[in-house]
Design a protein around this ligand. Structure first.
Ligand SMILES: [Cu+2]
Length: 312
């Protein structure tokens, strides 16, 4: 299931799109969505449709609330629907592993401790630099008081954004997937330098594996991306399950670091093998370049590859 974004749904007269997407994506539960800032409505994965959301003027709409043709995306806000991402750490030292501690505060003002399991984990945590380099995907541990600790690998100096993706299991937002995010400063030499985004070439290589992505996604429309994994020109068929899928795919929008989690059309079976071709639901809310990070496992080793995708 791809995310459902209420702004893009509004743009595409979305009831039919929503219904179709929910029908097509009925079995997964992971949230993966982009949200506008400033309390924009939650957009949710299948089975977790949020009925509280209303389009927020200013994020993808003009002053009169009319959807605009080229609606900007936005990084997820730190607070949505009363749930807030709080971090004890606002800055870290470059070049050294660090523990990032955070809590999710619920609408009652207390740290949330009840989380639903989503793709086998209660919390999915991501970090990415402002130029969309340095991707990390972690599964933090929670202490009894609701404090999460994410063991970050060394970060390059720069401005980073961290994302917490979870499903509250208590409070008014129970069962509705959320993605909250905050910036994280890593001061130091080169902090202001930004790498140019690699061109959208349709394929990338990691650890001897070549990953090709086919599809022509249109902003705000449900579509499909087909990922094919090969090695030395031969199809790879021994992909192992990772978080109940044969590949995990997240995407970050160049410029504003909007976030999307793209869901595979089929779940992995425990002990099964997959590949070489993996279709994903793709609905990206805004046009432009998105940096995809595909993660897949073979022989007990997790591989992560970055690839730029142009969305029309
Ligand atoms: Cu995860």
């Amino acid at each position: 299931m791809t995310f459902l974004d209420t702004r893009s749904l509004a743009r595409t007269a979305g009831a039919a799109v929503l219904a179709a997407a929910l029908t097509a994506c009925g079995s997964t539960a992971m949230s993966g969505m982009d949200h506008g800032s400033g309390g924009a409505p939650s957009a949710t994965a299948a089975g977790h449709q949020n009925h509280q959301g209303h389009q927020t003027p200013g994020a993808g709409a003009d002053a009169a609330g009319q959807p605009t043709a080229a609606a900007p995306a936005a990084a997820p806000a730190a607070e949505q629907n009363g749930y807030r991402l709080d971090a004890a750490t606002a800055a870290l030292t470059p070049g050294a592993p660090a523990e990032y501690r955070f809590t999710v505060t619920g609408p009652d003002g207390r740290p949330l401790t009840a989380f639903g399991t989503d793709q086998t984990k209660r919390m999915h945590f991501y970090a990415v630099r402002s130029d969309l380099t340095g991707f990390q995907h972690l599964h933090p541990e929670m202490a009894a008081d609701g404090t999460w600790t994410a063991p970050l690998a060394a970060l390059a100096a720069g401005t980073w954004r961290v994302y917490a993706s979870f499903v509250p299991d208590s409070g008014p937002g129970r069962g509705t997937g959320l993605v909250l995010s905050r910036t994280l400063d890593v001061p130091g030499e080169g902090a202001a330098a930004e790498a140019a985004l690699p061109a959208a070439t349709g394929s990338a290589t990691v650890d001897g594996y070549t990953v090709a992505v086919e599809g022509a996604p249109v902003a705000g429309r449900a579509g499909e991306l087909k990922v094919t994994v090969s090695r030395g020109g031969r199809p790879v068929t021994d992909l192992q399950p990772y978080l109940e899928t044969y590949a995990h795919l997240t995407a970050f929008h160049a410029g504003d670091q909007a976030f999307a989690h793209l869901h595979p059309e089929a779940k992995a079976e425990a002990g099964g093998t997959g590949g070489p071709t993996l279709p994903f639901h793709a609905e990206l809310p805004s046009a432009g370049d998105w940096r995809l990070f595909l993660q897949f496992q073979t022989g007990g080793t997790l591989h992560t590859v970055g690839l730029t995708l142009r969305v029309g």
